[in-house]
Design a protein. Sequence first.
Length: 280
Amino acid sequence: MFRKSIYKTPAQLRSMVEPGLITAASLDAAAALMRPGVTTAEIDAAANAAIVARGAESNFQMVRGYRHTTCISVNDQVVHGIPGDRVLAAGDIVSVDSGAQFQGWNGDSARTFIIPGEADADVVDARTRLSDVTEGSLWAGIAAMASARHLGDIGAAIQGYLEDNAPGEGRDWGILREYVGHGIGRKMHEAPSLFNYRTPDRGAEVKPGLVLAIEPMVTAGSEDTFVEDDDWTVSTVDGSDGSHWEHSVALHAGGIWVLTAEDGGAAGLAPYGITPTPVA
């Protein structure tokens, strides 16, 4: 039986650069609207406009049954929140997941924001720390990909970072188990699956041509979640806040390159002593 390779050719990797940058531009457009009084539908529209302006299309809208450009998850919603008439308030923690398809190739990325303005300082501090540690675990995973031998090394690095930066008081961060990272290329979701935690299985070999959407999804409490009545939104059972950060990352013969970061991941990888190399 024919099995499609999970590794891309140099030409295919080059084709993934532009959709990654377009995806980043859509999240920049979303970031510009992060303020009290804005609805999640308005943020979604801005992200879509940024994608269309670059001659691309939303790959989220290609998912059966989904008609939006982004997933926007607020507070105890972790992932897959549906944009609509919800009005953002100061202090909210908001995760935006977006993706673009350009000339048949895909990008996928997510960022978490804290809405500015007057809000309970303790709540804002806790949500800021949650977002920061989730983003930090993402970069730990990306840095591990640069030298990993197997996928399991990346998941172990993500979990290890979260454990090293635990919230204290005998508590750990919750790492979603049912929702994981993935390969990306001609389709937004491809093999292999990438777990954000340690597993007994070492996983596929990490070698040039591998492109991964690395995306830790972390909660301030229990990892237990449920799907809301809209059949999409994933929320925490205990009502704790969630955070989601994601980048599409390519490993090539010359090194590593974060496709959905304008600097290729230079700033995020600098603390690890890694200099990303553009896809050539």
